[in-house]
Design a protein around this ligand. Structure first.
Ligand SMILES: [Zn+2]
Length: 290
C-alpha cells in the first residue's frame, strides 16, 4: 500500500518540465482520478530554480548516499540534501512510500522512466507505464543496490525518475511538457491500481527495457582536450542500436571513431549538456525484456 507519495521537480534548477508540472498541480490540483492518493508535490532546489542553473555548488541528485547524508560538506546542495532527507525520509526509515522525481535531458531520450530495482513493484510499474504509453522508454539502473544510489528519489521506500528530452536547459517546450505530464499521470494511475490490488497488474505483458552499461567518455588528447565530437549518425538517436564498426565520434582530424563492442549497444544521454564537464559522451545499455 502506497500511503505517502512524493512528487518533485526542480531537483536540477534548469529542468523546467517538472518545475512547471509541480507548479501547475500545486495551483490547479491533481486530476480528480487521483483523489484517493496522498501525493505531496514540491520543488526540490528552489535556489537553483531561481538562478535557472542545474545547481549552485554541487549536483543535488548525487548527495543522497548514506555516507554523504552523514557528512559535513558545506556545499549548499549537501546542506539542502539533509533538509530534504529529514522532510521526506529519512533514508532507510522513511515516511515516503514512493518517490517520483522529474528531470529533463538535452538528449533525445523521449519520455524515459528510470527504474532502480528489479522487483515486483518496479517490474509491474514499468510494464504498466509501457502499456499506457508505448512511446515511453524504460531504463533500468540496477547495477547497484537501490539504497547505494545518491539520487533524491532513493529517500523513498521505492523511487523512480522521469527523464524527458530533448529539451535545452532552462527552456520549456510544450511537447516535452506533455510527455512529462503523460508519464507522471501513467505512474499515478499505476499507484491507484497498485493500492486497489488490481488483478490486471498480474496480467501485464513483459516489455522492452534498456539496462544501463557504462558511461563512455569522449576521446581526449594528452592535454585533456577533446579529439572528437559525437558523430552525426548517433546524434539524437538515443536508444537506437549502435552496431559494431559503426561510427560514434567524428575526429577533428576528419577520422571516424567506431563502436568496437562485440555486439550492438543502445546509446542514451547522447551529448547530454550537463555531462559536458565530465567529458561523458553517452551511456551504453543493453536491450532486455523486463
Ligand atoms: Zn536532472
Amino acid at each position: 500500500m502506497l500511503n505517502t507519495i512524493t512528487l518533485t521537480g526542480g531537483t536540477h534548477g534548469n529542468e523546467t518540465s517538472g518545475i512547471q508540472l509541480i507548479r501547475d498541480w500545486l495551483k490547479f490540483g491533481l486530476p480528480s482520478r487521483f483523489s484517493s492518493l496522498n501525493v505531496d508535490c514540491s520543488l526540490a532546489n528552489t535556489a537553483a530554480i531561481a538562478a535557472n542553473v542545474r545547481f549552485l555548488d554541487e549536483d543535488l541528485n548525487r548527495q543522497f548516499t548514506t555516507e554523504r547524508l552523514a557528512g559535513d560538506n558545506p556545499a549548499r546542495e549537501a546542506v539542502l540534501a539533509k533538509e530534504l532527507n529529514q522532510k521526506f525520509g529519512p533514508k532507510g526509515n522513511t515516511r515516503t512510500d514512493f518517490f517520483i522525481d522529474i528531470h529533463n535531458t538535452t538528449s533525445n531520450m523521449g519520455a524515459t522512466l528510470i527504474i532502480l530495482e528489479n522487483d515486483d513493484f518496479n517490474v509491474k510499474l514499468a510494464r504498466f507505464v509501457k502499456q499506457a504509453m508505448p512511446e515511453a522508454n524504460i531504463l533500468v539502473e540496477d547495477e547497484k543496490a537501490f539504497a547505494d544510489h545518491g539520487y533524491l528519489c532513493t529517500v523513498g521506500k521505492k523511487g523512480v525518475m522521469i527523464e524527458v528530452g530533448a529539451q535545452p536547459q532552462g527552456v520549456l517546450r510544450e511537447d516535452v511538457y506533455q510527455l512529462t505530464l503523460t508519464m507522471a499521470e501513467a505512474i499515478l494511475d499505476f499507484c491507484v491500481a497498485w493500492n486497489n490490488q488490481d488483478a490486471a497488474l498480474n496480467e501485464l505483458p513483459s516489455c522492452e527495457a534498456f539496462r544501463l552499461g557504462y558511461e563512455l567518455k569522449f576521446p581526449l588528447d594528452e592535454d585533456g582536450m577533446r579529439k572528437a565530437m559525437i558523430h552525426h549518425s548517433i546524434q539524437d538517436q538515443d536508444f537506437i542500436p549502435l552496431l559494431p564498426g559503426a561510427p560514434m565520434f567524428r575526429g577533428f582530424d576528419g577520422s571516424d571513431y567506431v563502436w568496437d563492442g562485440e555486439k550492438e549497444t543502445y546509446p542514451h544521454f547522447v551529448n547530454e549538456a550537463a555531462y559536458h564537464k565530465l567529458d561523458v559522451a553517452f551511456s551504453t545499455s543493453d536491450r532486455i525484456e523486463f
